[in-house]
Unconditional design. Structure first.
Length: 140
């Protein structure tokens, strides 16, 4: 945050220039909507935010994989249970395809490691078996 920026507050949006030109002709309706939103529970908890930050940091470090999806221009009309459920199903299907692909790649890597280990064992004076091949690192 630069020195000229104000910290975020629930009302800080009012001091920002309107970039998209929304017009609120009915000030009373706007205030009623804001009052209603303030009375609702948060969409996510601070614990969920901190957990997400930690997971994103792990993805940035290459220790996790991030699957991101969604529309680039959703409307409030899209915020219906059927639409949200449909999008979640698509993300779940995408994640299953990725997991399946990663498992296939992992098995192929295991076979390659074992084959190299056996070739090395044949030329080495130390006998090695498949069970003595280096253990595969797994990511959680």
């Amino acid at each position: 945050m630069t020195p000229t920026e104000q910290p975020w507050t629930p009302d800080s949006w009012r001091s920002r220039p309107a970039q998209h030109g929304f017009d609120y002709p009915d000030a009373g309706a706007l205030e009623a909507a804001i009052t209603k939103l303030r009375s609702l529970p948060p969409l996510v908890t601070s614990f969920e935010i901190e957990r997400l930050k930690a997971l994103l940091a792990e993805a940035q470090e290459g220790r996790r994989f991030l699957l991101q999806g969604g529309d680039c221009a959703e409307t409030l009309a899209d915020c219906r249970p059927e639409t949200i459920t449909s999008k979640l199903k698509i993300l779940l299907q995408m994640s299953l395809v990725l997991v399946h692909g990663l498992n296939k790649r992992s098995r192929a890597t295991d076979r390659t490691v074992r084959a190299r280990s056996l070739r090395t064992s044949a030329t080495s004076s130390t006998p090695r078996t498949l069970t003595s091949a280096p253990a595969r690192r797994t990511r959680t």
